[in-house]
Design a protein around this ligand. Structure first.
Ligand code: FRU
Length: 466
């Protein structure tokens, strides 16, 4: 394999030969999954931002399609979302049909733009062929505050009030704006959300999810709203990262009920947003990279992968706000590459190079353990290390996992602390070439991390923690 392709995951979307950042316009439509993404159709750097496009029937394998929305002279196409306007309230499709797909994106106008120099404002494009081709709306931009950092429109429908709502950020002001609309074309300001508990850097890519709540026996116990927000820097493992806040939403304004918690404790999950067109548990995808070192990842000409899709629910807690539970949509991994790490043998397995594999098991907190995944052989071998200590803390460390020195500042995950008094920790790790995603305690925490190890077979070692 060419060296960059050696790192290309099998079950995570990667662009064939160009740059990618945020997932955009995630939607399930007519039985297909659509993933649009921030893309430079001309190269491997963050430039000429456009919307790339990929589709999947199974959420595990993706087919890249032609660029959906291309940058123009003096206008880049920044992040946003897509909804299906089934009632054609926008009037953008011919009457009597299935209604258009309507895309909302940020027009990031260049300094020389004749009417909006340096401005970021929200624009619309629509498709009447199920997302294959897109037409820009002539009335763009549809929402303009004269701001230079106003972006990332995420549109959803609120059935109780019968209105559409759009979330955006004023990135530098650390605020999330809610606008509402009945025709998807004209938008009115409804509220502004700020939260001093979220500090760090700029705010980006907001989303608001309606999430089912389950009680301790798994029985449906209502719903709550979860605000999703990305910050850069300020991520839990350093650099950029995504947070979730449980709260209430009445169609106009969001009220937080608890403190923000990281959506992911690893360094590589940013700009995560949900699919439109999904009912029940929301399904999200994040960008599996970090603004702090994306330019250094050794995979050019393609650059960046998406995370696995993940389902989100909430677990009720007596006297407290419900807590997030996540479940990755895990691709099929043959039984021979599924390793049970519960058995405390020194060498658990040797796996062929390049093929995805999965480690899983239930570890006892009173016999702390270090798991080492050794990539390659001899003195060049790299190691990914997962540690469970005697206080029930888990970390994942890639400082020794790489073929060459890479981003030493963000080499570890933020630690996960299992609940006081719990005796066991479930671990479930999926490694798909340059991606490692660790699910802990039945989805109470996720750690996502890129690794760029030596080629060669993988040895899985287990030893008592020092
Ligand atoms: C987040 C982000 C968004 C913006 C896009 C530009 O990673 O900075 O706020 O719309 O990337 O590519």
């Amino acid at each position: 394999l060419p060296s960059a392709d050696r790192y290309r995951p099998r079950f995570h979307f990667t662009p064939s030969s160009t740059w990618m950042n945020d997932p955009n316009g995630l939607i399930r439509h007519n039985g297909r999954w659509h993933l649009f993404f921030q893309n430079n159709p001309l190269g491997s750097t963050h430039d000429n931002l456009s919307w790339g496009h990929a589709v999947s029937d199974d959420l595990a394998t993706w087919e890249e399609l032609p660029v959906a929305l291309e940058f123009a002279e003096d206008e880049m196409v920044f992040s946003g979302s897509i909804v299906h306007d089934a009632q054609n309230v926008s009037g953008l499709a011919p009457e009597g049909g299935a209604g258009p797909l309507v895309a909302f994106y940020t027009s990031a106008y260049g300094p020389q733009h004749p009417t909006h120099p340096g401005i970021q404002a929200q624009s619309i494009a629509y498709s009447t062929d199920d997302g294959l081709t897109w037409t820009r709306y002539p009335g763009n931009p549809v929402l303009d505050r004269g701001s230079q950092n106003f972006r990332d429109p995420k549109v959803s429908f609120h059935p109780e009030t019968g209105t559409w709502f759009m979330l955006t950020v004023e990135a530098l002001d650390h605020s999330v704006l809610v606008h509402t609309s009945s025709d998807l074309l004209t938008w009115e300001h409804a509220s502004t959300f700020v939260d001093p508990a979220i500090d760090g850097g700029i705010w980006e890519c907001p989303d608001l999810l309606r999430v089912p709540v389950q009680d301790a026996s798994g029985v449906h116990a209502g719903e709550a709203w979860v605000l999703i927000l990305s910050t850069n820097p300020g991520g839990p493992a350093g650099g950029s990262g995504t947070y979730a806040l449980v709260g209430d939403f009445d169609g106009r304004s969001f009220t937080a009920l608890g403190a923000p918690e990281p959506l992911d404790l690893g360094p590589d999950c940013y700009a995560a947003v949900s699919f439109s067109g999904v009912t029940g548990e929301p399904l999200m995808i994040g960008w599996m990279n970090n603004w702090d070192y994306v330019m250094e990842t050794p995979t050019a000409p393609w650059r960046s992968s998406m995370t696995l899709p993940r389902r989100i629910r909430l677990a009720a807690q007596a006297g407290d706000v419900p807590r997030l539970r996540q479940q990755c949509v895990t691709p099929p991994v043959p039984a021979t590459r599924r390793i049970d790490v519960t058995a405390q043998r020194a060498q658990l397995a040797t796996l062929p190079a390049d093929e995805p594999f999965r480690l899983h098991g239930t570890l006892a907190v009173d016999s702390p353990l270090t798991l080492r995944l050794r990539f390659g052989e001899g003195s060049d071998a790299g190691e990914l290390v997962i540690e469970v200590d005697d206080r029930g803390r888990v970390t994942m460390d890639r400082s020794a996992a790489h073929e060459r020195e890479f981003a030493p500042r963000y080499s570890r995950t933020a630690p996960y602390q299992t609940a006081a008094g719990s005796e066991r920790i479930d671990v479930d790790l999926l490694v798909d070439r340059s991606t490692a995603e660790l699910l802990l305690d039945e989805g109470r925490a996720v750690m996502s991390m890129q690794i760029f190890p030596e080629p060669g077979p993988v040895t899985v070692l287990s030893e008592p923690a020092s």
